[in-house]
Design a protein around this ligand. Sequence first.
Ligand code: 0A1
Ligand code: ZN
Length: 889
Amino acid sequence: MDIARTPSTPDGNPHLADAPPLPPTPPMILREDYRPFGWLVPNVRLDFTLGLAETTVRADLQVARNPAADSTPVLRLNGDGLNPLEVLVDGAVMNSWVMEGPDLLVTLPDDAHTVTITTRIDPAANSQLMGLYASGGMLCTQCEAEGFRRITFFPDRPDVLSTYRVRMTGPRADFPVLLSNGDLVGSGDGADGTHWAEWHDPWPKPSYLFALVAGDLMVQRDSFTTMNGREVDLGIYVRAEDEGRTDHAMQSLKRSMKWDEEVFGREYDLGIFNIVAVSDFNMGAMENKGLNVFNTKYVLADPDTATDGDYDAVEGVIAHEYFHNWSGNRITCRDWFQLSLKEGFTVLRDQLFSQDMGSAPVKRIEDVRVLRSVQFPEDSGPLSHPIRPDSFREISNFYTATVYNKGAEVIRMMRTMAGPERFRAGCDLYFQRHDGEAATCEDFVRAMEDGAGLDLRQFRRWYSQAGTPQVRVAVASVEGGVELTLSQTTPATPGQEGKQAVPIPLKLALHDRATGTLGEETLLMLTGAEQRVTLPHDGDAPVLSVNRGFSAPVVIRRDLAPDDLVFLAARDDDPFARYEAMQDLVVGHLLSAVRGEAPEKWGAEGGRAAIRDVLATVLADDGIDDLMRGELLILPGETYLAEQLPVADPGRIHTAREALKGWLGQALEGEFLALHHRASRVGNGFDAEAKGARKVKTQALVFLAAGNPGLAAELATAQYDASCEPGGTMTDRQGGLLVLAGLDSPARTARLLDFYNRHQDNPLVIDKWFSLQAQSLHRNALAHVQALAQHPDFTLRNPNRARSLFMAFVGNANAFHAPGGEGYRMIADTVLALDPLNPQTAARFVPPLGRWRRIEPGRAALMREQLERIAAAPRLSRDTFEQVSRSLG
Ligand code: 0A1
Ligand code: ZN
């Protein structure tokens, strides 16, 4: 259903008669409507006179008719909330411009002109954090996707590429550092304490890659010598209070630069690469050419304030943004429907990088966990869309797990089918063919066909079809081997009823349970709706290990007996397959408990005994390190479990999962205690052993907390206290406190207060303090979140802070799904309060409510009610309007 914005004005109501007209329904933009822009803008000069509350922008656009487009004398320049102060054409005042909505239309007589436009903006009033905005006394920009139009009038679309020369003038005392894209070409002093700097970026780029930063910042400098011997000056700029926390980011940057040369043959192409950290930022980071702007969360790290997870995230995001220099900047997107061209590819590149930097199997498991807990639910709900969407109202809503993470999986499948060498050849061809262009997903696929030698005719369906394919696998013994019957279906998604078969690369192996022999891995392509294959196998009743390494982003339905799952979980040589068997074993048991089925099917104790025995094997297995052990100990999450059911009761899922955890915590109490002791004796280093020890230490606490809360509270307190000794880590501190926050122990309040006092000057750590209370298993978590929303340190104006409380809360399924609907109401209140301030961030809180169709009817009605309440608000942003109307539709 679409919520049409037709105001209902009952006849004769004098109050409503004068109400201002409601804005029209935001239009739907269609991929098929793409047309090249009528004008080229080869060169842009921008002149900024900077002030926090008033910045003047003079833009000189050199324009020429685009021979490849339909000819038009009208130059449409996008704007958003701007008024032109002056418009000049070839230096002469021009008064015949017109505004059409937010856009400026200038009619030009000839084929080439210089159009000069002056605008004035108020960065301090910019709470949307798009365009030029103020953050903690500094000025910075965010232009992707359509923020540049909030700075000056421009054809703000990714296929208009220009070189930029940027001059900035401002008070030296306020803005000692003046940065933009490319190379610094001049700087000097002006009148009245002002100074200026001029930057030039020789690489043509779309407006979304423009950036400017002005502020009082410290810098960590370093340098990198490229494979061709060119020196690159590296700089990471942060506020003074964050000095000393940028080493890890700098090392990650240098490792990324080297890796991209070695693995993809990509060399950096400017003399400068700068990164700036800002604390008010809507997303993780932004790849502006030569001047990446980062959320502080993905730059700053030291052992006392960042967890091991934070360290990994910094490394991954630094790499991601750096890799965009080729997959995104040198080759950009023709239009925003092609977003996965740069994002899916760049996510794959950062995943492969992180695999190479640490434990490859563990990284793969983590990536699959994110995909299944975020992207699979998205793909099976009302917001489902293909990795290359066909329509949108607000592009910000399409920076999704589908475009990013499923997009990466789709390219990973091409790599699996081609093998790494041929995949590299396909990438080389893509970079060579399209360097300097605004390209399409189709261009990428063609380069893979030509360069990697793949036939991707049917594979293209992965780009156009939404939904997660479900693959059923049945195994039957036949003479000399086994016959596999594989079939696929993809459930209908909004706007796409009938689905076609997609090619699915499945890595598989046949193991022998009786002898313990592990079979060879083969790659099988499932291309039809149903397919039968016979595979040779000696011995009887082999166990099938399938979708090894998660070779395809599909759901596998296999009818494996619990004993087979136990065998795979304990013995498979593919670490992912081991993890998967463990998950399946637990999912089987829990779903049967949730459905209230007779437990016998799952063996002794309804499968609990089998799970206990495998966990005991995992705990005792010397063949794996603690990082991998930690993965095998993670029970499937509540969202993932809910996803397995057509309609889920979150309360029952929570109860069943907690009951299993408690039972295991008691059954293996000695083992978990021993693990905690062993891991506590490992030092505080950053090597794999120490990181692994920290991971399993907190996991042991998680099981113990469910089985023996008194003992867990003691251990968690001890872990917390030890972490506060010199050299202690945030990983241990946060882990201990997270467990403690879920328990009723006198130590709970004391340690929460201690944590707050210890870190009150560090906003990123205070974010953790909000999050861990919002995520806690405490039965009063909902009330705690309600109280924390009133805390003096809480504000909706800072996206990190808003997310630290409310996104963490949404992830706490039991609290969010409180049977009375208080959780839903709180999130709807958040959306309504945030929407006028920051629509992009507000809209991100809508999807959790949009899951209502998959939730039991009582709660579903309450969720829907809150969506309707949001929909009824008079002046919703385009962002929130689109998400709410799709969610109700
Ligand atoms: N291209 C960035 C993501 C990004 C998108 C929009 C933004 O606006 C608030 C910011 C960042 C990336 O993939 O890292
Ligand atoms: Zn990206």
